[in-house]
Ligand binder design. Structure first.
Ligand SMILES: C[S@@+](CC[C@H](N)C(=O)[O-])C[C@H]1O[C@@H](n2cnc3c(N)ncnc32)[C@H](O)[C@@H]1O
Ligand code: SF4
Length: 419
C-alpha cells in the first residue's frame, strides 16, 4: 500500500462497496444480500469508516482523488445519513480534485427527489441507473420493482441538479424479453437521451446465485436469440448517434468516454470504462472490494459479516492479494490498449518500459501470423508501427488481444466461436 504512493498513476480512485439490497433480483450476479439483522448496516458502515481511516493513514495526503465510485448492492437504499457521513469523512481524509468524478450505482426503485438533492449536496455528479428492463412482465419475472418516479421526471430532476453524466444499465437475455420488448427498451432509453448506456448480456451462473434457477423454469432465450437482441440494440444505438465503447457500452459522441476513445486514452478498471486522465490507482473499501494498484491487486473478504469482524479486529479485511511482476504490468498495459482503444503503437508502449519495439514484441512472444485471420477478415490493420482495430474488429477484440498475451496461443478459427 505504501509503495503505491510512488507509483503511477499518482491520482487516487476510491471504490465503496455496499453489499445490501432491500429485495433481491433473481438475475443478480453481484455480491449482495438483504441485511440479516437490523443493526448490520450500522455495523458495516462503522467498519467501512474504520477501514478507510486505516488505509488513508498510509497514503500521501498530496495525492488528489479524481474518482469516487459507489457500487453494490444498492448504495442508494441505505439510510442517507450514512452516505453523508462517509462522504464527509472521505473529504476529511483525502484531497479531492475540484474535477473529481463522483458516481453512484442506483436502483431507480428507491430514488426520490430528496435523495437526488442529497446526492448533489454531498458532491455526486454522476449516476448509473439500473433500469434492466422497462416492462412490468419482465421485472415481475425477475422479482424486481420498477422505478419509483416516472423515468422522464427522474432524468429532469437529475439534469436540474447538474448530473453531467447519466448512465442506464439494461440487460438482454432475461425471461419474457421478446425482440419487440427489447427493441422497445432501447427506444424508451433513447427517448431519455442518457449520456451512456450499457446492454449487459445476462450471465446465467446459478452456482453463484441459486435464484437464477427460477429464471430457467420460466424460460431463457437461446444463444442465437440473445445474439439477435445484441445486434438489434447495437444497430439502433449506432444509428441514433451513440459510439460503441468495447462490446456492450455506448456513449454520446461528446461524452468523455467517446472523446477518450477518439484520442486513444480510454482505460478500464473493475468499476468499468474510464479515461486515462481521471483514473487513479484504485483503493477499494467494503466487502469483496478489489484494490488495483500499479503493481499489486488485493481483494477484501466477500462475506459482509466476516468483513465486519476482520475490520473490527484488525482495521482491514484483505482476503487475498497478488503482486505483479514487471513483465505482467507490461502485458496488462498492452492488452488494455488493444481492448479499450483498439490501438497498439509498439514503439510508444515499449518506451514506457525502457524497451525498443523489437524487445517489446519479443517479450510478448508476438508474431504477425497470430493476426492473419483477423487481417483476412478485414477486422484490423497491421504495420511495422503497430495495429489499428476497426469497428467490426472491436466486436472480437478479446480474441485479437489474445495475440499479445505471451501465456496464450491463438488457435485459428477460434474467434468465431467466442462472439
Ligand atoms: C450492482 S448492480 C446495479 C445497481 C443496483 N443495485 C440496480 O440493480 O440498479 C450492477 C449492474 O450489474 C448488472 N448485472 C447484475 N447481474 C447480472 C447478470 N447476472 N448478468 C449481467 N448483468 C448483471 C445489472 O445490469 C446491474 O445494473
Ligand atoms: S441487480 Fe441491483 S437491486 Fe437487484 S439484487 Fe443485484 S444489486 Fe440488488
Amino acid at each position: 500500500m505504501l509503495d503505491s504512493n510512488h507509483e503511477q498513476p499518482h491520482n487516487i480512485s476510491i471504490y465503496i462497496h455496499i453489499p445490501f439490497c432491500p429485495r433481491l433480483c433473481h438475475f443478480c450476479g453481484c455480491n449482495t444480500g438483504i441485511a440479516k439483522e437490523k443493526n448490520h448496516i450500522e455495523r458495516y458502515v462503522r467498519a467501512l469508516i474504520r477501514e478507510i481511516r486505516t488505509v488513508s493513514a498510509l497514503i500521501d495526503k498530496n495525492r488528489p482523488v479524481t474518482q469516487v465510485h459507489w457500487g453494490g448492492g444498492t448504495p442508494n437504499s441505505i439510510p442517507f445519513e450514512y452516505i453523508e457521513e462517509i462522504m464527509a469523512m472521505l473529504k476529511d481524509e483525502f484531497l479531492f480534485s475540484p474535477k473529481a468524478e463522483v458516481a453512484m450505482e442506483c436502483s431507480p426503485a428507491y430514488l426520490t427527489h430528496d435523495h437526488i438533492d442529497m446526492l448533489t449536496r454531498v458532491g455526486f455528479n454522476r449516476i448509473s441507473l439500473g433500469v434492466q428492463d422497462f416492462h412490468a412482465e419482465v421485472l415481475q419475472a425477475v422479482n424486481r420493482l420498477s422505478s419509483l418516479l416516472p423515468m422522464e421526471e427522474l432524468f429532469a430532476h437529475l439534469r436540474a441538479n447538474h448530473f453531467n453524466s447519466i448512465n442506464i444499465d439494461l440487460i438482454y437475455g432475461l425471461p419474457r424479453q421478446t425482440p419487440e420488448i427489447f427493441a422497445d427498451n432501447i427506444t424508451q432509453a433513447l427517448a431519455l437521451s442518457p449520456d451512456r448506456l450499457v446492454t449487459f448480456s445476462y450471465a446465467h451462473v446459478p452456482w453463484v446465485n441459486k435464484a437464477m434457477e427460477k429464471l430457467e423454469k420460466i424460460g431463457l432465450p437461446t444463444t442465437e436469440e440473445k445474439f439477435h437482441l445484441f445486434e438489434m440494440a447495437y444497430g439502433m444505438l449506432i444509428s441514433n448517434g451513440y459510439v460503441p465503447i468495447g462490446l456492450d457500452h455506448y456513449a454520446k459522441p461528446t461524452d468523455d468516454l467517446a472523446v477518450a476513445l477518439q484520442e486513444h486514452k480510454l482505460h478500464r478498471n473493475f468499476q468499468g470504462y474510464c479515461t486515462r486522465e481521471t483514473t487513479g490507482q484504485v483503493y477499494a473499501f467494503g466487502s469483496s472490494g478489489i484494490s488495483q494498484l500499479w503493481n499489486a491487486y488485493s481483494q477484501n473478504i466477500k462475506n459482509y459479516e466476516q468483513y465486519i469482524e476482520a475490520v473490527e479486529n484488525k482495521g482491514m479485511a484483505i482476503e487475498r492479494g497478488y503482486h505483479l511482476k514487471p513483465e505482467e504490468i507490461m502485458v496488462r498495459e498492452v492488452i488494455n490498449a488493444v481492448m479499450c482503444n483498439g490501438v497498439l503503437d509498439f514503439k510508444e508502449t515499449a518506451s514506457q518500459f525502457g524497451l525498443t519495439a523489437d524487445e517489446l514484441k519479443s517479450a510478448l512472444r508476438f508474431s504477425p501470423e497470430k493476426l492473419d485471420e483477423f487481417i483476412e477478415d478485414d477486422l484490423l490493420e497491421l504495420n511495422d508501427n503497430g495495429i489499428q482495430v476497426n469497428r467490426q474488429g472491436m466486436l472480437v477484440v478479446r480474441n485479437i488481444a489474445m495475440a499479445f498475451d505471451p501465456q496464450l496461443d491463438v488457435k485459428q478459427g477460434m474467434y468465431s466461436k467466442t462472439i
